[in-house]
Design a protein. Structure first.
Length: 299
């Protein structure tokens, strides 16, 4: 009966064709075009000069780009802690029997994820504002006026300051992922752990975290990909400033292409961003899977 109802291979392919066509036009064609343009010196218009690998050679010497890459890596580290880490803690909190109105808490935590990044950036720009921002007002209320300052003009902690809105926006999404992963854990296993004396922190550390590792790995990889391509928050809040202190790779590629009109070099930057992001994801995947394999051997 199952075989009779299963459509043939060509029919499945026919169903997939519209989606594949849209994906190819929106994703694959721009990537191939950018890779082609990366071998040219092009400032717009019909004239292009083939320069081979010169754009990639320039990237290797481009200190601004590698500084932006470092900022992306730092943002990713902050994101893994502030998004995935805190989301797991919140998910454990929401699964607690002592928490009431769980549906309400889930809805409120997910609400920032429904807002556009530009709105989030504008909101947090107001929070950091020197004259009427909530952050400085809070410091004024608790008597710490000496700490009041223009936060988005600080070059030292600026990457942390612009990472907080990104974490605030996405933590609800990862919380729902964690809740789905934790809900799949066999309740009998948790009950046995409680009978053995594993409650609270011990149950979370020795039972729930190991069983939820597939969800943690997926969430971590999504977080890495999201932070490595970060753009909107930085563009709206600081524009990469002060100086290039908060610049990220996507913002630098945008400025190179559409403000300096170096489309060939901007295309090379885009290809390099994609390659570096894939490299970090592959390394992270290999490390996480290797760790899981080692733990499996130990057990």
């Amino acid at each position: 009966m199952g075989k009779a109802l299963r459509p043939s291979g060509w029919l499945i392919l026919l169903y997939l064709l519209p989606g594949l066509a849209i994906y190819s036009f929106v994703v694959l064609v721009p990537i191939v075009s950018a890779f082609r343009y990366s071998f040219f010196s092009w400032t717009g218009g019909p004239k292009k000069s083939y320069i081979g690998l010169d754009n990639y050679t320039e990237i290797l010497r481009d200190e601004v780009f590698w500084h932006a890459f470092g900022n992306n890596v730092i943002m990713t580290a902050y994101g893994l802690i502030g998004q995935v880490g805190l989301a797991f803690i919140f998910a454990l909190f929401l699964m607690s029997k002592a928490v009431k109105w769980k549906g309400f808490h889930r809805t409120i935590s997910f609400f920032p994820s429904t807002l556009a990044p530009i709105i989030i950036a504008f909101l947090w720009t107001l929070i950091y504002n020197y004259n009427y921002g909530l952050f400085n007002e809070f410091l004024r209320v608790i008597g710490l006026e000496r700490w009041i300052q223009s936060w988005l003009d600080l070059s030292g902690p600026i990457v942390l300051l612009v990472s907080i809105p990104l974490s605030w926006q996405n933590i609800g999404f990862y919380t729902l992922l964690m809740l789905a992963g934790l809900a799949a854990i066999n309740k009998e296993v948790l009950e046995v752990a409680e009978l053995d004396g594993a409650t609270g922190f011990r149950k979370a550390w020795y039972v729930m975290i190991p069983l939820a590792k597939p969800t943690l790995i997926v969430s971590s990889l999504l977080c890495i990909a999201n932070n490595m391509r970060g753009f909107e928050h930085i563009y709206a809040m600081t524009g990469g400033g002060p100086g290039n202190a908060s610049s990220v790779m996507a913002l630098y590629a945008y400025e190179t292409s559409f403000l300096r009109f170096r489309y060939g070099y901007g295309s090379a930057l885009a290809i390099m961003i994609m390659a570096l992001t894939l490299l970090i994801i592959l390394i992270s995947t290999a490390l996480l899977q290797r760790r899981r394999g080692a733990e499996g051997v130990e057990h």
